[in-house]
Design a protein around this ligand. Sequence first.
Ligand code: ZN
Length: 211
Amino acid sequence: MRLIFLGSPGVGKGTFAKEVMAKKQIPQISTGDLLRNAMKLQTPLGIKIEGYMKTGELVPDELVLEILSERIHQEDCQNGFILDGFPRTIPQAESLEQKPDLAVDKVLKFNAEKEVIIRRLSNRRVCQNCGATYHLINFPPKVSGVCDVCGGTVGQRDDDKPEAIERRLVEYHQKTAPLVNFYQQRGLLVVVNANGEKHETMPQVWDVLES
Ligand SMILES: [Zn+2]
């Protein structure tokens, strides 16, 4: 089962991905992590990538695909994978499509009303020390403002303040709308209603994956 998850910030994609990973025994593959990891390990590809990063150039799609292709041949991907952060553009989606070993089965697009997303994101709090995330209503830290994990300060990221959320959502829709059309035309897109809580969204996901 090779999947792509699309959805705006705050829609809950990460949470849904975790559920699918656990139940279907497939990893979530973040291209950002792969690139950082290759650089850290100084693999031949990593060294090339570092060259682009250093000069501030975009890493060519071809290189990203190469590294993705290496990754999905590892054993934990034998049941499939969930792609995270790639593709982001039509050319990337097109080149992905041309690699038979990277062909995806389904693209899940999680939709939620703007008000729902704003409510979720504006209640999000993050530990400034270890990055643990909290939610003021669903998952507050035990002691207000203090991280359960490390005792660090828990606060709101500038990105999660209302003005910034509006901007992120506009940016997201501009970038992703073409991809949604692309996968719709190919009959791969399935829309999942993510307005409700996790226990309302996940049954829809399981239905999609079983069908
Ligand atoms: Zn912490």
